[in-house]
Design a protein around this ligand. Structure first.
Ligand code: B12
Length: 158
């Protein structure tokens, strides 16, 4: 093999190595990007509505729309809404057995002394309104549902 040919062969190998290194870096970068691109949040196109309704004193209703991810629980969607919408606020207490109990919405709080609370209702996709038998920590909204948070009074239970 002549010296010049061996030089060319060396250059070819160098080029090939450079190509391989770039390809490896490109694949690694793609692998890093894919989880971001494929995240539930960016893939989702589903949303729910939240209707805030005061049945005790006449106050304008408020309606919010929030995108939801796959099988988010309601409190998760409410937290998401609170993050992106400064108009929407809520507080809750944590019951040791039942989980989160919704106490206030947009600064209006239920009051045990006055027998007032925020009731959780859901207008389903077929138009019927249900009263879920679980709270905001357990209910999993379906896309396109309207969650109704209704400020109301309770009667006598026991
Ligand atoms: C009375 C009662 C209420 C009253 C409580 C008023 C009060 N301060 O006394 C009111 C009307 C506010 C209420 C509301 C709701 N309730 Co209720 N409630 C009951 C009931 C009938 C008795 C509770 C009780 O007094 N226990 C005796 C005391 C000594 O024990 P306690 O642990 O201290 O009781 C407290 C908790 O039960 C708490 N509480 C009551 N309801 C709920 C619901 C949730 C999700 C949480 C976290 C806490 C909680 O309030 C009680 C008083 O502080 C129970 C059923 C039962 N037989 O137990 C359902 C029950 C606890 N409620 C239930 C539900 C679903 C709700 C609602 C979500 C209904 C709705 N769709 O709006 C809402 C809560 C909405 C919110 N704001 O988060 C479910 C909870 C099931 C679950 N695993 O999530 C139960 C078990 C009834 C059922 N469907 O089977 N409730």
């Amino acid at each position: 093999m002549s010296p010049s040919r061996s030089k060319q062969g060396g250059r070819g190998r160098q080029q090939w190595m450079r190509m391989m290194t770039s390809a490896t870096f490109l694949s690694a970068a793609l692998l890093l990007l894919i989880p971001g691109i494929m995240s539930t949040e960016s893939l989702n196109t589903d949303s729910i509505q939240l209707l805030i309704f005061n049945s005790i004193s006449p106050t304008p209703n408020m309606t919010y729309t929030v995108d939801i991810g796959y099988r988010w629980i309601l409190i998760g969607a409410m937290r998401r809404l609170q993050e992106i919408c400064p108009d929407f606020r809520f507080t809750y207490t944590e019951h040791p057995r039942y989980g989160p109990f919704l106490v206030s919405v947009n600064d209006l709080a239920g009051d045990t002394g006055k027998h007032t609370y925020w009731e959780l209702l859901v207008e389903t996709r077929n138009g019927t309104t249900i009263r879920p038998d679980v709270g905001i920590g357990c209910y999993i909204p379906n896309p396109k549902e309207t969650i109704i948070l209704k400020f109301t009074r309770w009667g006598t239970f026991r």
